[in-house]
Structures are given as C-alpha cells and as structure tokens.
Design a protein around this ligand. Structure first.
Ligand code: PMP
Length: 379
C-alpha cells in the first residue's frame, strides 16, 4: 500500500480515493513533499533526545501554537487519548492545587469519544467501549450532548469542569449548537469550572479555522489536539491557559516520547502549510462547495440519506440504514474510502488539499455507489 496525494494504491495497483484521511489525520494528503522533507532533515540531524534536557524544536512549535490559539502552555503527547488524559489531569490539578480536592469530577456528554485508555473510555459514555474493561475510573458524569439545562443541573460539589467535543466526530459528526458551547463557557465562569475542549478530530484546520472553537467565539481553558497536527506522524498536545495549568508544576507529568524531535518536525511542517488565512479560507470554500453538492445529491436518494451535517471538510451524511455496509460497498466496488460514525452516519474527511478533480471523482464514485447499493442485500 502506498499513498499519492488524495489516493491510496494497493499491492495490485488499484487506486482508492481517500475520503477518510486515516480518520482525519493526513490533512496534507499522502507523500506531501514539505512534510517528507521536514521529517528527513530532522531524522538526519537528531532522532530523539529526552525532553528533560529541553528541546528548542519543541519550544518553537509550542510558541507557534501559543501564538495561534487561546493557550499559554503546551504539553506534547504521542496520541489523542494521551492529550485528553493530560487535559483531565490538568483540570483536576487546577482544583487540587487550590486545596479543593473534592472537585475531581468532569461532566462529559453522551456519544462522546475521547480515546481508548482507561480514563478516556471512562470519560466516553459508550457502553460498547466499556464492556469487558470494568470497573471504570470514577469521576465522570454523563449528560445529553447539546443539553445545556442538563449540564447545569449536573453541577455539584465535586464538579471540576466540562469535557466536550465542540463537534462530536465518532458520535456521528454532530456540531454542538452555539448556545450550548457558549452556555458551557458561561457556566464554567460562574462556578469556577474548567472548560475542556477535545478537538482531536475537529481541530487543525479541518473545519476551516485552525480550531473549531474559533467559529463559536468561545475559548476553552484546556484543549486536546492530535490527529491532523502531525499530518501522519504520531503527535498530540494538551494546550492550556496559564491559570488552568497552575497545578501542572514541573515534574508532575511527563512522557518519554512526547515532543520527540521527529514528531515536532512534522507538526511544524503541518502548521507551516495550514496555519494561514489563504489555506483556511480555501478549506471553508471547499467545505461549502462539498456540502451544497452533497445536499443536492441526497435529494436523489431519499431512501438512503436523511441529512448532511458538519462544518468545513468534516462532514457526515446521516443514513436511513446502517452506514457500515455502504462504506464497505463504496470501498470494494467503487474504490472510495469513507468512515462510518456511530450507527447512522457516513463520515467524509478528505485531505484538506483536495482539488476540483478529486471532488468530481468523489461524486462520480458516490453516485455509482448509491445507484448500485441494495441495503437489504448488504445487511
Ligand atoms: N478524541 C477524539 C475526539 C477522537 O476522535 C479520538 C480518535 N478518534 C481520540 C480522542 C483519541 O485519539 P487517539 O486515537 O489518537 O488516541
């Protein structure tokens, strides 16, 4: 298997159009020259050094992130789950640092996905992720997504904060409403709680702004980012304001590989490519075009599709049948790669560098796939 821009090519030479991007990772597509060059140059210079000795490269990427976001501090990780773990620890430490040891509970939301480690499955309210791994960690309380009143009612003496994906990804591409996201900010301010955003999937230019929170005009106290930030190299980060990070004093947390020079070089190359107005506005334009064509398209197949959801190039088609058989049909018969999300949505997460020709190719494949798909036979 090899990758070429927006395509994957298997051992037999069959070309697949990639509308999955390794689940929102390969935002510069495959074999991106700038990304390869940055990793090669770094590999020839220094492969690994303990971050205990400090890292000029890591500090440079942290400074770029601080400059471009709400954050004052950055802690690098190797994955999204570790970034969320760090965010959970940061929120708890914020209160414990002030002697409020009882404030350890995070309010999280139904259908959320925060990762596969013990703390992150405990934070994710999905039974199928818990089964076989109980007991879960204490300290998480689940509330319906987009239910501000429910979130308010759940606040108690043990509450440390809210942990939320501004746009749920695995849960089915569900953007939180403006009132909900802003309302969580107001509740956090009123009760001295931490507002933690999990932007592992919706972050890094995917929705047409560097982070999705910008479109809500609401800033978190703590945020987890990963996936796209390494463009394919394992890199994540937990970002926080100075105030929110007050409990994370030197020596309280660590990671051998987090901020590894190779991953940092990849992160720098990605930010060089995406963190500018021209690139971001192109993502918005492409997202709007894709969305309006999809809306037109689903009108031709009212038995298969219900609606189009999402922002930028993070879009989902809600289906009237199980999305997995359709995903497999598209892959095996039309060489189009997509990702199912939840039990009713087909996710479209193309590389952000997608061009007009690939967009047309996508609609050719999708139309042929929808015309030849028989849900009853596939089920
Ligand atoms: N949070 C969100 C919102 C995610 O979508 C994911 C991955 N799908 C994770 C966390 C976990 O990331 P990773 O698989 O890199 O641990």
């Amino acid at each position: 298997m090899r990758g070429e821009h927006c395509h994957l090519i298997d051992e037999d030479g069959t070309r697949y159009l990639d509308f999955a991007s390794g689940i929102a990772v390969n935002l510069l597509g495959h074999s991106h020259k700038g990304l390869i060059g940055a990793i090669q140059r770094q590999a020839e210079t220094l492969m690994h050094v303990s971050n205990l000795y400090g890292s000029p490269q890591g500090e440079a990427l942290a400074s770029r992130l601080v400059e471009k976001t709400f954050a004052d501090t950055v802690f690098f990780t190797n994955s999204g789950a570790e970034a969320v773990e760090t965010a959970i620890k940061t929120a708890r430490a914020y209160h414990q640092h002030a002697g409020n040891d009882e404030k350890f509970e995070l309010i999280t939301f139904k259908n959320a996905f925060h990762g596969r480690t013990m703390a992150t499955i405990s934070a994710s309210n999905q039974e199928k992720m818990h089964k076989g791994f109980e007991p879960l960690l204490p300290g998480f309380r689940y509330v319906d997504f987009d239910d501000l009143e429910g979130a308010k009612a759940a606040i108690g003496p043990n509450t440390a904060g809210f942990l939320v994906e501004p746009i749920q990804g695995e849960g089915g591409i569900r953007p939180g409403s403006q009132d909900f996201i802003k309302g969580l900010r107001d509740l956090a301010d009123a009760h001295d709680l931490m507002l933690v955003f999990d932007e592992v999937q919706c972050g890094v230019a995917r929705t047409g702004t560097l982070y999705a929170y910008e479109q809500y005009d609401v800033q978190p106290d703590i945020m987890a980012t990963a996936k796209g930030i390494g463009g394919g190299f394992p890199l994540g980060a937990c970002l926080a304001t100075e105030k929110a990070a007050r409990g994370m004093t030197f020596g309280t947390h660590g990671s051998t590989y987090g901020g590894n020079p190779l991953a940092i070089a990849a992160g720098m190359a990605v930010l060089d490519a995406v963190a500018n107005d021209d690139f971001l506005s192109e993502v918005r334009t492409k997202g709007e075009r894709l969305r309006s064509r999809l809306e037109q398209f689903i009108g031709n197949y009212p038995d298969l599709f219900e609606e189009v959801r999402g922002k930028g190039l993070m879009l989902g088609m809600k289906m009237k049948c199980e999305p997995r058989p359709f995903m497999i049909h598209l892959r095996d018969h039309h060489q189009l790669l997509t990702v199912a999300a939840g039990d009713s949505t087909l996710r479209l997460l193309p590389p952000l560098v997608i061009g007009d020709a690939e967009m047309d190719e996508f609609f050719d494949k999708l139309s042929a796939g929808a015309a030849s798909f028989e849900p009853e036979r596939a089920a």
